[in-house]
Design a protein around this ligand. Structure first.
Ligand code: 1PR
Length: 536
């Protein structure tokens, strides 16, 4: 059997498990990869992070006797930790593209969340869980928020109730973890759940040191928390160094004689700082990705690799995700670009310009070609891994009949007393306006497979005057996927306002965090005081 500090990892290569490897190493353990069924049977402890779709995973497990070895290992009560799909696969079957048969170790089925009553699916974000029996390694999570990202969940029944160690309330109660003897599995991602998640991993890896001291439970924690996201707009400055920059209405240059790119710090340092400060997620936007090919932009990949070493919350990266032919005539598909981002530590990719083109084509023809970057990446990695970033600009109107796009009655009239506006989508970092509105785009990209929308507003960007509530309400009411409100945060009150007046799932800010005007934990404290659930 392997040494004391070795963790055997069953990674069948379907997606990003870099963060999990990093978390295990961060806790002082080595990772040994399963090469064949024998490696499973001889493991001291086995971690199984399921990634991708249920059917595809079962297909891989059924090859080479992996499934059989897994069942033997678990039936012998050997130390096991399944994560996400690694929990679902233990059940009898899944509805995902099915029914598809699972390993059948636990009675019950895995079913899709029901979005019929306006429930946002995928379930993305920090949700509280309720412990239902002695949770063993999960003792620190009672009443705490942990990070989930999934569209399917295991359904609790009388037949599986003895396995259930915690449930989570989202739409209805689903199984968030199971425990029996040395066998554990969790639907959430401990490697993305900050300190709480790391303590679960630690308890599993080293049960003798498991601290039985109860973390003080967050009394208010009962449901999905509103997320606070720190965003880093990244680009090379004129010297070629990658810097975090920040624009005013997307203009990132200083208004000095040199006209240099505004430099607010180094990407990896800032990301680490925001993680420590309590950011629920960190986004990197490669803002010149529309013209500079990101795979040529190795520093960005390096930023992700370094950040994912010790930032254990979800990371999103955007900019330049599209098909590309380089100067030597070599063609790169958008899938290759995204794959490289995922391999380097991204949990989600964000598509801007290319999603606008995909939505335009779809609305024009009514046909889903399946060929757009959005559709392809979402098919391969799941829609929870694909964010669409929208960069709209407000266009005031005298009458809602002046355009064919969805308009809003604005809460503050325009410069000439206009009472209406539509929100025109742009591409190439706001440089080019397109004939499509934010509302139309949002609905189209949801159809095409987007799992989340990052909703910017060029007019509000960097102004510190608050989010564009009209816009965010318009879009968040139009789709069932989560919407991240962005652009304009200047005070803690702006965050509570956006959550009180719209159904945004998350609020993102850049400038106020970079300039250290408002720390992330003040935002969280304020939201809590206002009765808005947040992760502490
Ligand atoms: O089109 O797929 O290559 O993606 C380009 C990405 O880069 C898009 O997500 C686009 O939003 C972003 N981007 C392009 N140019 C700029 C720019 O600023 N010149 N940044 C840019 C977008 C907006 C937000 C900002 C919020 C909050 N930045 O990310 O962080 O507005 O700012 P605030 O809190 O300071 O108001 P593609």
């Amino acid at each position: 059997s392997a040494g004391d500090s070795t963790v055997t990892l069953l990674d069948y290569g379907a997606g990003n498990v870099r963060s999990l490897r990093n978390a295990i190493r961060h806790l002082g353990f080595d990772v040994k990869d399963v090469q064949n069924p024998k490696d499973i049977l001889s493991a001291d402890r086995l971690v199984f992070p399921g990634v991708g779709a249920f059917a595809a995973a079962m297909e891989v497990l059924n090859q080479n006797g992996i499934a059989e070895a897994l069942c033997t290992y678990i039936e012998n009560d050997r130390p096991f930790l399944g994560i996400c799909l690694g929990l679902q696969l233990l059940f009898e079957s899944s509805e995902e593209n099915g029914p598809v048969k699972g390993l059948g170790l636990i009675p019950g089925v895995v079913a899709r969340f029901d979005s019929a009553n306006g429930l946002q699916v995928p379930h993305i974000g920090w949700n509280a869980v309720q412990i239902s029996k002695d949770p063993g390694i999960l003792d620190s999570i009672d009443g705490q928020h942990v990070y989930f990202v999934h569209s399917y969940r295991a359904v609790p029944t009388d037949a599986n109730k003895n396995w259930i160690s915690s449930t989570c309330n989202y739409g209805d109660h689903f199984i968030s973890s199971i425990t029996r003897g040395n066998v554990h599995a969790v639907q959430f991602h401990p490697e993305k759940s900050g300190e709480v998640g790391l303590s679960i991993l630690k308890n599993f890896l080293d049960p003798s040191h498991s601290s039985k001291t109860k973390k003080h439970a967050n009394e208010k924690a009962s449901k999905l928390a509103k997320r606070v996201i720190a965003c880093l707009d990244v680009r090379a400055n004129d010297k070629g160094d990658l810097v975090v920059t920040k624009g005013d209405q997307y203009d990132v240059r200083e208004h000095t004689e040199e006209n240099e790119v505004r430099n607010l710090g180094r990407p990896v340092d800032l990301a680490r700082q925001y993680y420590k400060d309590g950011a629920d997620e960190v986004s990197f936007l490669n803002i010149t990705g529309f013209r500079d090919f990101p795979l040529g932009d190795l520093p960005m990949l390096q930023v992700l690799r370094l950040t994912s070493e010790n930032v254990f919350v979800p990371l999103t990266v955007g900019g330049g995700i599209r098909d590309f032919t380089d100067g030597n005539g070599r063609y790169y598909s958008s899938i290759e670009v995204a794959a490289e981002y995922f391999r380097s530590g991204a949990d989600k990719v964000s598509i801007g310009s290319d999603a606008v083109f995909a939505a335009e084509a779809f609305l024009k023809t009514g046909v889903k070609t399946g060929k757009s970057s959005l559709e392809q990446i979402s098919r391969v990695y799941g829609n929870q891994a694909v964010v669409v970033s929208i960069d709209p600009r407000r266009v005031y109107l005298k009458s809602p009949d002046d355009v064919k796009f969805k308009t809003v009655k604005v809460s503050a009239p325009g410069p000439n007393g206009e009472e209406y506006a539509w929100y025109q989508c742009t591409v190439s970092g706001g440089r080019e306006g397109r004939e499509i509105g934010a509302y139309e785009l949002a609905k189209a990209v949801e159809e095409l497979g987007a799992g989340e929308i990052l909703l910017n507003c060029i007019d509000c960007d960097g102004q510190g005057k608050g989010f564009d509530i009209d816009l965010i309400k318009l879009v968040s009411d139009a789709v069932t996927i989560p919407v991240i409100a962005s652009s304009g945060a200047g005070s803690v009150e702006h965050f509570s306002e956006v959550f009180e007046k719209t159904s945004a799932s998350a609020a993102l800010a850049a400038g106020i965090f970079h300039r250290k005007e408002v720390p992330i934990n003040s935002v969280k404290d304020h939201l809590l005081q206002q009765g808005i659930e947040v992760r502490l």
